[in-house]
Write a protein that binds this ligand. Structure first.
Ligand code: NOJ
Length: 449
């Protein structure tokens, strides 16, 4: 049995969305194309052939959606800015209509008594920059900092909580190593270049915000997985360690001044080919919080591919795991283990779970969506976060992924994660059972099992 109050008065209860997945209006009011507009324009790139259309039309329905956040009883609204709405070509001329849109969104948060957490980058790189090599071009550090500076100057009077980057491992791993996501680049070279530039952007971006807004609360949001070896054979245990280094340490440790995790993956040292003099220092920034985003467990084993990592995952289906719509292994207890793991870094001041959620098929029956499994998932996540707090870990918030069902990248509209159901034909919103649970749990006096 726990109550909201037990998490502490300063615990942040939030929900996260992202520009590309929610806004729609890809060409409205001067917005330029992003790599994801290009990628989704070919519906063969989307697993079930879905066309994104206007996604969930947040561009026009932001008032209704932000009011829903308040209705659910949450206090934080985390959303991302579309780079190509602010700078249609990624750099150069600013699109005032884009700035005005996010000003309206921020004002709407404030009038609903919500604290905005603004993500500067959530994967939707302007196409014009990709045409110049995108994340593999070192110039991206200057492009990114110039864009970030515009955002902080435009919104900094009302926004003081910033997430510089969202899940760098996802967009560099899927987009630059596996070629599965936009911009469909493949191979270790593309990946390592993109990764190194991303680290520089995170640290330099943090420093730039600090310079412009000394009292800002600055973080990054990193994906993480709970990893265990398939069995205790030394080769599998070593494989799990490398997987851990890749999925949970790679983007964190350079920021903390520890460098890339070459201890368990010596071959990773080739990333230094892309270093310039002074990069070791440029990669470090003292973030106020580290956002961790957790969705699934990985069972790892030794493998001869991919190179450098020499480990792969036993498919969750093959080991009869508890699957979500995306065939990932749903394992809420992993958050406790991860919070413990991250709390072992003395440099980290605060951990916030800046995303977690689960996708299951939902059925709208007579205006109700009875998503008991999703409700239980969030309850378990909270139980383990509370347990971590009781062990003295500074876990300062929980942001649900996500508010309304939205466009799940290459997976299209099928995986539904929202606390609120969307009928994509009519854009009708219906609060699910999980959303109603949050509503009653967060109303000050309620408690739950
Ligand atoms: C993390 C990403 O930040 C988000 O964009 C995505 O939709 C969720 N994971 C669910 O896969």
């Amino acid at each position: 049995m726990f109550k909201r109050e037990q998490f502490g008065d300063n615990f942040k209860w939030g929900v996260t969305i992202s520009a590309f997945q929610n806004e729609g209006a890809p060409k409205s009011d001067g917005k330029g194309p992003s790599i994801w507009d290009t990628f989704t324009a070919n519906t063969n790139n989307i697993n079930n052939g879905d066309a994104i259309g206007d996604a969930c039309d947040f561009y026009n329905r932001y008032e209704e959606d932000i009011a829903l956040v308040r209705t659910l009883g949450l206090d934080v609204f985390r959303f991302s800015i579309s780079w190509a709405r602010i700078l249609p070509y990624g750099r150069g001329k600013v699109n005032q209509a884009g700035i005005d849109f996010y000003k309206r969104v921020i004002d709407c948060c404030i009038s609903n008594d919500l604290t905005p957490y603004v993500t500067i980058y959530h994967w939707d790189l302007p196409q014009a920059l990709d045409d110049k090599g995108g994340w593999t071009n070192r110039e991206i550090v200057d492009w990114f900092i110039a864009y970030l500076e515009i955002c902080v100057k435009a919104f900094g009077d009302k926004v003081s909580n910033w997430v510089v980057m969202n899940e760098p491992m996802s967009f560099t791993g899927l987009g630059y190593f596996m070629g599965y996501h936009a911009p469909s680049r493949k191979g270790i070279n593309h990946f390592l270049k993109a990764a190194h530039h991303t680290v520089l952007c995170m640290a330099q971006g943090g420093a730039k915000i600090r310079e412009l807004q000394p009292h800002a609360n600055i973080g990054v949001a990193l994906s993480c997985s709970y990893i265990k070896p398939v069995n205790q054979l030394p080769k599998h245990r070593r494989a799990a360690k490398r997987m851990q280094a890749m999925l949970n340490r790679f983007y964190l440790e350079p920021l903390l001044g520890l460098g890339y995790p070459t201890d368990v993956m010596p071959a990773l040292k080739i990333i230094k080919t892309f270093f310039r003099k002074g990069d070791e220092e440029r990669m470090v920034f003292d973030f106020d919080f580290i956002g961790i985003q957790y969705y699934f467990r990985v069972v790892a084993r030794h493998s001869y591919t991919p190179p450098v990592l020499f480990a792969d995952e036993i498919p969750p289906r093959a080991r009869k795991a508890n699957l979500n719509t995306m065939n990932l292994d749903v394992y809420p207890k992993g958050i406790y283990k991860l919070l413990k793991f991250y709390s072992s870094y003395p440099q980290i001041k605060e951990l916030i779970v800046t995303e977690s959620g689960v996708c299951y098929p939902d059925f709208l029956v007579k205006d109700h969506v009875y998503d008991v499994r999703r409700m239980k998932y969030h309850q378990k996540m909270l139980k383990y976060i509370r347990k971590a707090q009781q062990k003295g870990i500074n876990a300062g918030g929980y942001f649900v992924w996500t508010l309304v069902d939205n466009f799940e990248w290459k997976e299209g509209f099928e995986p539904r994660f929202g606390l609120v159901h969307v009928d994509f034909e009519t854009q009708q919103r219906t609060i699910k059972y999980s959303g109603k649970w949050f509503q009653s749990f967060l109303s000050k006096t309620a408690s739950t099992n």
